[in-house]
Write a protein that binds this ligand. Structure first.
Ligand SMILES: Cc1cc2nc3c(=O)[nH]c(=O)nc-3n(C[C@H](O)[C@H](O)[C@H](O)COP(=O)(O)O)c2cc1C
Length: 445
């Protein structure tokens, strides 16, 4: 199924192509499932659409939201989605993925509270006084992708032959110690206290995309208390979740989790031992069961590694410059995410489940999202790149039943390219006034 660019003007042509490819892609003409309210913990969302966490790399040097950060969240909130997932925010300085990544500290917390408040105020102004989306903040440690100053400073959970080679890391590159991971538990819990103080409805202990917590899940070859057996690889995540639940019973736990990363075993997670192209959800589902028992209310399902397997994580038309063209059709990637999300939801019907990876579908994403919701494959459809390009996507879908094809994300990877070039991330084609000059500067630099 060779790679192909998007060329589907009608929903019928998209669905016909999926059928030709033998894919079970849910398409629904009726969008009313997107208007459903969803209960997360004690709160109801106003609708079943989410803005996924989308890092802008535009905080202040000490990690507070800056002007572009605020601009982005005001735009997201005005768009009217029911769930606003605030982006990857580091819990300790050495864990930042770039020098402009947000960092939550007691000194910065008031700025995060203001960011949330100002966003909600803008949202109410645009959508009516009763607009009250669920807000959650993603807490992260970037692990092997840490770059807190201006050069990579990888903090590895385990050696991964492919990633080590891609990052030119020698076999002797040290792993983070068990003591470091023990201490990190306290930092995550402190950050969750700060998130609660800022007014967020929930917190996310980010466990995806091969950052530290996600890499630990695949730490088969790591010695000691955090490697080898399933109990060890999941120890940090479950310990943090249980402590946050015990200390902050009012705060909802919402978790973004990789269920499949496509790395070969023994470096991969959620993969068949003999073929990394084949997902095997036995361990991810076992973990989700334990997370649910520990009080997690919502799982946001995601996959892949944005650096190493971006076509799995975010199906695209064009990759970043110098990147590969995948052998896989983007619809295969979109459908993989839908089907893996379906497995999670059908295994744990009481958990709220958010699906990812819809943006490549352009103006048809609402119909596929509604199809997934209608069939009980997910509770909420979340969009990432589309929210950069077209922050009003939720309002347009819910009020007009359509998306304007001329405003839709074109899956061109320029937002990712901006990040890779050390610039703030946004949509160069459709938010051009701000991001086109930054894109050009990044390319020149
Ligand atoms: C520029 C950029 C920044 C992102 N930042 C985050 C992030 O902070 N946290 C996260 O979990 N995922 C992040 N993602 C991944 C998205 O949330 C999403 O999973 C991915 O783009 C696929 O969804 P889409 O097809 O709707 O874009 C980012 C993606 C891009 C392109």
């Amino acid at each position: 199924m060779p790679h192909e660019r998007f060329r589907f003007r009608t929903l019928e042509s998209l669905c016909a192509r999926a059928q030709e490819l033998g894919l079970d892609l849910p398409c629904e003409a009726d969008l009313t499932p997107l208007a459903r309210r969803v209960r997360i913990g004690d709160k109801w969302t106003p609708n079943a659409l989410a803005v996924q966490p989308m890092e802008g790399c535009d905080g202040t040097p000490d990690g507070r939201p800056d002007a572009l950060t605020t601009r982005r969240y005001l735009r997201f909130a005005r768009g009217g989605a029911g769930l606003l997932w605030f982006e990857a925010t580091a819990i300790v300085p050495e864990a930042r993925a770039n020098p402009r990544q947000l960092l939550l500290t007691s000194a910065n917390a008031d700025a995060f509270a203001r960011l949330r408040e100002e966003s909600l105020a803008a949202g109410r102004q645009a959508n009516g006084a009763d607009y009250d989306p669920f807000t959650t903040l993603q807490l992260t440690h970037s692990g092997r992708y840490s770059r807190p100053v201006d050069a990579p400073a990888p903090l590895l959970a385990h050696h991964d032959g492919l990633l080590d080679a891609a990052q030119h890391l020698p076999d002797e590159h040290p792993l983070v110690t068990d003591d470091y991971l023990d201490r990190l538990q306290d930092r995550y819990v402190e950050a969750a206290h700060l998130a609660a103080r800022c007014g967020f409805d929930g917190v996310d202990i980010k466990a995806c995309h091969r950052y530290l917590m996600s890499e630990l899940l695949a730490a088969h070859t790591r010695p000691g208390r955090y490697g080898g057996a399933f109990e060890n690889r999941t120890r940090l995540l479950l310990s943090v979740v249980r402590r946050v639940r015990a200390e902050l019973p009012e705060l909802a736990l919402t978790l973004r989790l990789n269920v499949y990363d496509g790395h070969p075993w023994p470096w991969g997670w959620g993969v068949a031992r003999d073929d990394a192209a084949v997902p095997d959800l036995s361990e991810p589902l076992r973990l989700i069961g334990l997370l649910g028992d520990a009080g997690v209310a919502l799982i946001n399902v995601t996959v892949g590694n944005p650096y190493y397997t971006p076509h799995i994580n975010r199906p695209f038309d064009t990759n970043v410059l110098g990147g590969y063209t995948p052998a896989e059709h983007p619809l295969v990637g979109v459908t993989r995410m839908l089907q893996l999300t379906r497995q999670v939801k059908q295994s744990y019907p009481n958990l709220v489940v958010v699906g990812s990876g819809y943006s490549w579908l352009r103006q048809h994403l609402g119909h596929v999202g509604a199809g997934a919701l209608q069939r009980g494959w997910a509770d909420i459809a979340g969009v990432g790149r589309m929210a950069f390009a077209y922050p009003d996507f939720a309002r347009d879908l819910l009020t007009t039943g359509t998306l304007d094809p001329h405003k839709c994300c074109i899956a061109c990877s320029r937002c990712t390219q901006l990040m890779r070039d050390g610039q703030p991330a946004g949509c160069a084609p459709f938010d051009a006034e701000v991001y086109r000059p930054l894109y050009d500067a990044g390319r020149r630099g």
